[in-house]
Every structure is written in structure tokens, then in C-alpha cells.
Design a protein around this ligand. Structure first.
Ligand code: ATP
Length: 441
């Protein structure tokens, strides 16, 4: 399968099986926007939940916030985004199409029509709107281009309310908006995206240690969501390519079907943000070390993970086609931890009330292990398995006459089918439930 073909198959499966739909599709869509459908939402929430567990809730030094998308515009003046959050834009003099100059192989020629490209100019990527009834400049507000801004706004609040000692961090998941010049590659480059970000505050002398700690955590997270380690690469970003606030950045890149591209970023932001906000707002953001009585502005390590790019990496690395039972099938080899549905329960035959009743009872047992246990009694059993394979359900459980005791040795046993191999085994209901518990824990 060539890579373009693979990408088309992923986009098609995502739509066909209710993972990701183009935004406002019946009106022709809106570039750079996609909606998550029923299974997409479940997958996205599972990814986010795992991130929260690993980056926030599993640690004693992390706190959560949920800040607003609209903020005082001075936040973005101080952070440097009003003057510096821009990409180089070029326009074709012939067809008038616009491109990001740093994404073109030939900076002088239009890749669409071969026309001459004009001079590059900086294009600010923040979306602007107006707060309140006035529509003049004084009412301008921005949709946040990164969730980090809301975290910095709450550094002082968290300090004053909970008095944490350094090092500690604040984590947030939320929407961010970037008016990308050329949104593309499905959910890779969006105009409305979600981020999972941590700002981890440290003593200036301890930044390297914290940087290494979060670097390891990002690899652990990649492993936990099932990304093959051979597809995740670190790129040390050179001085000239780093964001204006960063003294060290590692991009975590992933081998997407369309090439090796940035998945996540890990940045050492120094005291850039807090110092800038102290200067901009006049509020004191210094930290007093109670032991040494030293006063200073904490430095910051930022692991920043895009939810959508993560979900795309998960889909791309899990997509499989193989031959099973003489047929070609498609399945998603999702890690059971993040699979939207953990198991599907079904009666072998739908028109046998005693089988249906027992299967319903068995499903209730599995639902105590995890709520995402599906029910399917449509069509023949092979079709039901194929449907679950396509959404990445790791297990299918079938209730048949032996479960009811037709063969007394097999009473209260079920067949447990494994998604990746199609193999089936006969287990007691309790053992099958234990298998599911083990796989998702
Ligand atoms: P790129 O160079 O690809 O534009 P970036 O370096 O500007 O990305 P950051 O500012 O570091 O990205 O943002 C942090 C993370 O947010 C990225 O690693 C990525 O996962 C995600 N992200 C950034 N821009 C987008 C976007 N337009 N669509 C989807 N996710 C994005």
C-alpha cells in the first residue's frame, strides 16, 4: 500500500465508521475543521484520560486548570504572540493562491500553476474577534493560539490558593485556534485544534533535570497509546528554528503516511513568559524560596501535545489489512487501553430468546469491568466481528447453546475472540472478564 493510498484509507475508515467527519460538511465544509463522531470522541477521550493520568493525576506535583479561550488581549501582547506569532506567507501573482513560504521547495514558483510567487510577508495566525457590542480596535480579543497562555494566567492563582513548592506544574487540556495559511493532511494541520499542555515550574538551576524527566514521560506516553517506538523520533531544534520564547526544544516527530512531521514539542521556555507577564501586568510573579530566602521568577519546561495529531498517529499506526478466513479484512490494532469499545458481546443467534437473555446477562457482568462493552446482534456473526475489527475492538464474546449448558461441561463458558489474530478460545465468563480487565489496566 503506498502512503497516499494509506492516508485515503484512514480518512475513509474514519468517516465510514464514525471517528472523524469533515466540519459543517453538508455546506461544503470549512477548511481546517473536523468533527469527532461517536467512536472518535471515545478514542479522543481515552487518549486525554490517559494523558491526565500520566501527566497530572499520577503525580503529587501537578495541578489542573480549565482556563478561558478568550483572554485579555494584553496577555498575547506580553507573550509576544501579537508581534511574533506568524508564518511567512507568499501569494501567486497569477492564480492568487497563498502558501506558507517555508513549506515550499521552490520559493519562487507557484506549486499549483507554475506562476511567479510574490515577496514573502509575515502573516499573524491568531484569530481575532470582538468582545461586547463595540466592533472597534478597543474591543479586539483573540482566540487563544495555545492553551499555555491560560496556564500562565493561573500561575499566581494556584500559588496563592495552594502554596505549592517548586518544582510543580499546571496541566490543561483545551481548544486552541490558529489561522493556518494552508490547513492540510486531514486532522494534522487544523485551524481549530486541541492541546494537552503542561507548564512545569522549576528553579533556574534545575531545568535540565526536569527537561529530561518530561522527555522520558513523553516517550512513555507514546508507548502507552501504542505508537511503535520506531515511528517516533526526536529532533533537536536548532537556534534559528526555535520559537521566540525557547532556549531548548525537542520536536517529537512521527512517521505519518505523508512524511515525518512534528507530533509534539518539548520546550525549555526559561522565565520568558512569567517575566513578560510580570512586566506587562505589574503583578508580582516572583517565587520566594522559604529555605534559602531567595526570590526569583521560576523557569518553565513545557511538554505540549496536540490531541488531534496524536489521534492521527494512533490511527495511522494501527491501520491493518490482512487475509482472514479467505477474506480481506481491515482492522485497527488499537491498544486496548485506548480502544473506544473494549469488547462486544453477542448472542450466536438473534432469534433464540434464551441466548439473547443470557448474552444480556453476560454483558452486564463485563460492564462492571468497563462501561464500553458493545452489544451487536445484527447480521451474521462474521459480519459483527468485521464491524468491531474496523473500530479496533480488542475482544468479541459470543454466547451459544453450550453457554446455556447444552454441553454440561461448558455451561457458563463463552468464546472470546481476539481481534488481531481472529483466534477464539473457550473460557468461563469470569475468566473472560479477567482477560478484559488485564488487557485494559
Ligand atoms: P508546526 O511547526 O507543525 O506548525 P508548531 O511547532 O507551531 O507546529 P507548537 O506551537 O509547538 O506547534 O504546538 C504544540 C503542539 O500543538 C504541536 O506539537 C502539535 O501537536 C499541536 N499543533 C500545533 N499546530 C497545530 C495545528 N495547526 N493542527 C493540529 N495540531 C497542531
Amino acid at each position: 500500500m503506498n502512503d497516499q493510498n494509506l492516508m485515503e484509507k484512514i480518512v475513509s475508515l474514519a468517516k465510514r465508521r464514525g471517528f472523524v467527519f469533515p466540519g459543517s460538511e453538508i455546506y461544503g465544509g470549512l477548511a481546517g475543521t473536523f468533527d469527532y463522531g461517536p467512536y472518535g470522541v471515545m478514542l479522543k477521550e481515552n487518549i486525554e484520560r490517559l494523558w491526565l493520568q500520566m501527566f497530572r493525576d499520577g503525580r503529587d506535583d501537578m495541578y489542573g486548570v480549565d482556563a478561558t479561550i478568550l483572554m485579555n488581549p494584553r496577555v498575547w501582547e506580553a507573550s509576544g504572540h501579537v508581534s511574533g506569532f506568524s508564518d511567512p506567507l507568499v501569494e501567486c501573482e497569477k492564480c492568487k493562491r497563498r502558501f506558507r513560504a517555508d513549506h515550499l521547495e521552490d520559493a519562487a514558483t507557484c506549486p499549483e500553476c507554475g506562476g511567479k510567487l510574490g515577496e514573502a510577508r509575515q502573516f499573524n495566525m491568531m484569530f481575532k474577534t470582538h468582545a461586547g457590542a463595540m466592533e472597534d480596535e478597543s474591543a479586539t480579543v483573540y482566540l487563544r493560539p495555545e492553551t499555555a497562555g491560560g496556564i500562565f494566567m493561573n500561575y499566581k492563582n494556584v500559588m496563592d490558593a495552594l502554596h505549592p513548592k517548586l518544582p510543580f506544574g499546571i496541566a490543561q487540556i483545551g481548544k486552541a485556534f490558529r489561522n493556518e495559511i494552508a490547513p492540510r493532511d486531514f486532522i494534522f494541520r487544523l485551524r481549530e485544534l486541541s492541546q494537552m499542555e503542561v507548564e512545569y515550574f522549576v528553579k533556574p538551576s534545575e531545568w535540565q533535570q526536569a527537561f529530561e524527566e518530561w522527555r522520558r514521560m513523553m516517550h512513555s506516553f507514546a508507548e502507552a497509546i501504542g505508537l511503535p517506538s520506531g515511528m517516533v523520533h526526536e529532533l533537536e531544534v536548532g537556534d534559528s528554528d526555535r520559537a521566540h520564547y525557547s532556549k531548548r526544544t525537542i520536536d517529537f516527530e512521527f512517521d505519518y503516511p505523508f512524511g515525518r512531521k512534528e507530533l509534539w514539542g518539548l520546550a525549555y521556555r526559561t522565565d520568558f513568559d512569567l517575566s513578560a507577564h510580570e512586566k506587562g501586568s505589574g503583578a508580582s510573579l516572583v517565587y520566594l524560596d522559604e529555605e534559602t530566602k531567595e526570590k526569583f521568577i521560576p523557569h518553565v519546561i513545557e511538554p505540549s501535545l496536540g490531541v488531534d495529531r496524536t489521534l492521527l498517529a494512533v490511527l495511522a499506526s494501527a491501520y491493518r489489512e490482512d487475509e482472514l478466513g479467505g477474506e480481506t479484512r481491515t482492522y485497527l490494532a488499537l491498544a486496548p487501553k485506548i480502544a473506544p469499545v473494549k469488547a462486544m458481546v453477542s448472542p450466536l443467534l438473534k432469534n433464540k430468546p434464551e441466548l439473547v437473555l443470557k448474552a444480556r446477562e453476560v454483558r452486564e457482568v463485563f460492564k462492571k469491568v468497563h462501561p464500553a462493552i458493545a452489544w451487536d446482534d445484527n447480521g451474521n456473526i462474521g459480519k459483527r466481528y468485521r464491524r468491531q475489527d474496523e473500530i479496533g475492538t480488542p475482544f468479541c464474546i459470543t454466547i451459544d447453546f453450550d453457554t446455556l449448558g447444552e454441553n454440561p461441561d461448558l455451561i457458563d463458558t463463552v468464546t472470546l475472540r481476539h481481534r488481531d489474530t481472529g483466534e477464539q478460545e473457550r473460557l468461563t465468563i469470569a475468566d473472560a472478564a479477567e482477560r478484559i480487565r488485564e488487557a485494559i489496566s
